[in-house]
Design a protein around this ligand. Structure first.
Ligand SMILES: [Zn+2]
Length: 494
């Protein structure tokens, strides 16, 4: 039941909502009338892409087909321009060697991005980890379409799915405006049709390299863009792609951003439209979309119980449980910014063609909306106050009295409300609050508080997930508690 299918997109720490799948436009300084006001200073198309049903999906008159030219190259050193698109397989395929047991991702990637991946010391150094047997199943969901379900009781932090994607392609493709004066007569929709037509042609080149069973798996995925002018391959990609930011992933030799960077401005947060628009062209071209056989089956919830990481070491998408999950429960991931009010979330979810019926949506109140919307700012204010009062307490040498009396009760209450709202997940404000509470308890000498135990467990699980270690650790039969003990060191260094 493809219609209500799922999809998602998120990266290491940046989530790219579907509506932001906007091409960068090359216009040589002259912007055709149909695109005026639609292109930001960085060349990114700012207007939302059509979805739903388009009256006329045929290409505009006088459109000149792009002359796509490809040549086969044998090694990176043969490639004259790092900006050019390459069609390649990760891991590489060789004529004289068997395929990788974890399979291959067909990629449309710039030479520069490919070189950066291959220069990471960790890249492709490990096999894709395996979840424990009987962890999930994929079947019809009561909400319509197919979903992912827990086959047994699953513990917080456990690996749910790890798989090498079927396809990887730029989330922002370049659209080069060609043609004579008549391109000024094209409407915005005409330009989009051309972009999509050309993108479909490129996707075909990568798709044709897939093994037959991978092709079949790709085409079996939901497509909620059958009538808006997207080609069949692009429709599946738009419905099912997870966004990853290669720029972030390849930092520090492939270890990803440091803990400091992760808890910084964008740490675990979604990018706002404004932040997105301010991205530099080079950065936008580093955002890639991944489509996967099983992971792309996961449905959306505004109170998700799974988190996504991307591992460069095994080149795989990995989902972990971000709380205990009972046998039979559906496993959800969030496709969109879950910190906006319930009334605004349907707009973000429009391209996926379903109505979210999660408890956060069905039970939303003006209070819960306001809480979601202000939670990031609330957390920032708590952090600022904490730093200010801590400094004054230290100066007054008063045993951290002001922090103890003012910050601690507020922070505990804030965390309680986040959990109540289904936002007790290790990203965004809850992650920041966990890191802050760890620091606060440590400074107050309150390391034996019951909440400290859960803080340490949260941080340990999160640290190990970030390091891509947890799946391997748990598949060897270790429990979360021992993961917590082992990773405590790492957590205290955050
Ligand atoms: Zn919802």
């Amino acid at each position: 039941m493809a219609k209500k299918k799922t999809k998602t997109k998120q990266s290491f720490n940046v989530q790219v909502p579907e509506s932001h799948f906007w091409p960068a436009v090359e216009h040589g300084g002259i912007i055709p009338r149909g695109l005026e006001g639609a292109i930001g200073p960085n060349g990114i198309l700012l207007r939302k892409l059509p979805s739903g049903k388009l009256a006329n999906t045929s290409l505009p008159e006088r459109y000149e087909k792009a002359n796509l030219q490809y040549k086969e190259i044998l090694s990176a050193s043969d490639e004259p321009s790092p900006d050019r698109q390459r069609i390649t397989s990760i891991p590489p395929k060789y004529f004289d060697r068997p395929d990788d047991p974890d399979r291959h991702t067909e990629c449309l990637i710039t030479g520069a991005a490919k070189n950066r991946l291959f220069s990471c010391p960790l890249f492709l150094k490990e096999p894709v980890p395996r979840p424990k047997p009987n962890t999930i199943s994929i079947k019809e969901s009561p909400t319509g379409g197919i979903g992912v379900f827990a086959e047994r009781d699953i513990k917080y932090g456990e690996l749910l799915i790890a798989e090498r994607p079927l396809l990887m392609t730029g989330a922002f493709t370049k659209y080069k405006i060609r043609g004579g004066d008549w391109v000024h007569d094209y409407t915005y929709e005409d330009h989009v049709k051309i972009m999509w037509f050309e993108q479909e042609q490129q996707l075909e080149l990568a798709f044709n390299r897939m093994d037959d069973d991978r092709k079949e798996a790709y085409m079996a995925l939901a497509n909620s863009h059958k009538e808006d002018g997207s080609g069949p391959l692009l429709g599946v990609q738009r419905t099912n792609g997870f966004g990853i930011d290669l720029n972030e992933l390849t930092k520090n030799g492939g270890r990803g951003p440091s803990s400091e960077e992760l808890i910084g401005e964008f740490g675990g947060m979604n990018l706002s439209e404004e932040q997105q628009a301010n991205l530099k062209p080079q950065e936008t071209l580093d955002i890639y979309s991944l489509v996967a056989k099983d992971a792309s089956r996961m449905n959306h919830s505004c109170s998700p119980n799974a988190v996504l990481e991307f591992s460069l070491a095994s080149f795989s998408l990995q989902f972990h449980a971000n709380r205990d999950i009972k046998a039979g429960e559906e496993i959800f991931y969030s496709y969109t910014d879950i910190y906006v009010p319930a009334a605004e979330r349907p707009k973000e979810l429009e391209p996926y063609d379903f109505t979210c019926a999660c408890t956060a949506c069905s039970l939303a109140t003006p209070e819960s909306d306001k809480f979601r919307q202000t939670s990031a700012r609330h957390m920032k204010i708590l952090e600022t106050l904490y730093q200010a009062l801590k400094a004054r307490d230290i100066e007054a040498d008063n045993g951290m009295q002001m922090v103890r009396n003012n910050i601690l009760p507020n922070l505990l209450e804030f965390r309680r409300k986040l959990r109540e709202e289904g936002l007790g997940i290790m990203s965004g404000p809850y992650l920041s609050s966990t890191i802050m509470l760890h620091d606060l308890y440590t400074n107050l000498g309150m390391v034996d508080e019951p909440e400290m135990k859960s803080v340490l467990s949260d941080l340990s699980v999160w640290t190990m997930m970030k390091a891509g270690l947890l799946g391997r650790f748990l598949s060897q039969g270790n429990e979360i508690e021992s993961a917590a003990a082992i990773a405590q060191d790492a957590a205290t260094k955050i």
